[in-house]
Design a protein around this ligand. Structure first.
Ligand code: ADP
Length: 246
């Protein structure tokens, strides 16, 4: 007897991980988590866990990489071998090379690169555990790490995907929804500038659905941006307390 496939969204609009259609995965953020990086951040978005670290701005080596009028921004997005169910080969895959470039383009407009000519800024993102949306969580963590490093920025970039699963438009897809759903639209957004810095789309949507999905994702980015700001402020409260104690 053939079994009916399990539904990803039940009759009440509840998803497999218990979330409502427009609900983000639970988010935990911590900045300044690594002693040896100039800036760092750790973000958990549901089961997706990403660590980001910034080195720089530092002198450009090799020298020929330097630009006379701006800092050169380099990004590496990497998935740890243990981040997915089956061990991932540690060498960078084509997907990781592409995502490194896409993430660099999403963060680049937020940074005043012209303040640091002839230097390099290196950004490393390590996905420790993947459950969908790793490019978005990496962007959110990377922008926090840059802020933690004190790099001057126009705004922090927050990122979040929305998409379509079983005829429903949903926010912040998990891995199963990403793989079995109809469409996934990751977006990176700078709320203070009202500017989208990344917009990709995988799957099929009508124009009306696309507009709704973009608005849903931007709403998610705004909520994440508020959490980014809270996490940065929390760091300075801790620093102040430590100073008062010591
Ligand atoms: P994103 O993580 O930004 O959604 P993709 O759409 O490429 O990027 O990937 C969707 C999800 O598929 C990832 O978040 C992860 O959970 C899973 N995934 C990606 N690469 C692998 C891999 N090499 N092995 C197993 N799962 C993977």
């Amino acid at each position: 007897m053939s079994q009916k496939p399990k539904k990803l969204i039940d009759n009440k609009g509840i998803r497999t991980d218990g979330r409502k259609l427009d609900e983000l995965k639970p988010i935990k953020i911590q900045v300044d988590v690594l002693a040896n990086a100039d800036g760092s951040a750790y973000v958990e978005q549901g089961k997706t866990k990403v660590l980001a670290a910034v080195y720089g701005p530092h002198e450009a080596h090799p020298r020929h990489l330097a630009q006379p009028d701006r800092a050169v921004f380099r990004c590496r997005y990497h998935m740890a071998p243990f981040s997915v169910e089956e061990r991932k080969r540690p060498a960078p895959s084509r997907r990781e090379i592409e995502l490194s470039k896409v993430i660099r383009q999403a963060i680049d407009p937020s940074v005043f690169l012209e303040y640091y000519p002839r230097t390099l800024i290196d950004l490393f993102m390590e996905v420790l555990q993947a459950d969908g949306g790793t490019r978005c969580t990496s962007i959110t963590a990377a922008s926090l790490a840059l802020a933690d490093a004190g790099v001057p920025m126009r705004d922090m970039v927050a990122a979040c995907a929305a998409g379509k699963v079983e005829e429903h438009l949903v926010l912040d897809l998990n891995d199963t929804e990403d793989k079995e759903g109809t469409a996934d639209v990751p977006i990176a957004f700078m709320p203070n500038m009202n500017a989208v810095t990344l917009l990709q789309m995988d799957g099929m949507l009508t124009i009306e659905e696309f507009e709704q999905v973009v608005n849903l994702a931007i709403g998610g980015c705004k909520k994440i941006h508020a959490l980014q700001k809270e996490a940065l402020k929390a760091k300075y409260v801790t620093v102040k307390e430590e100073e008062e104690e010591g």
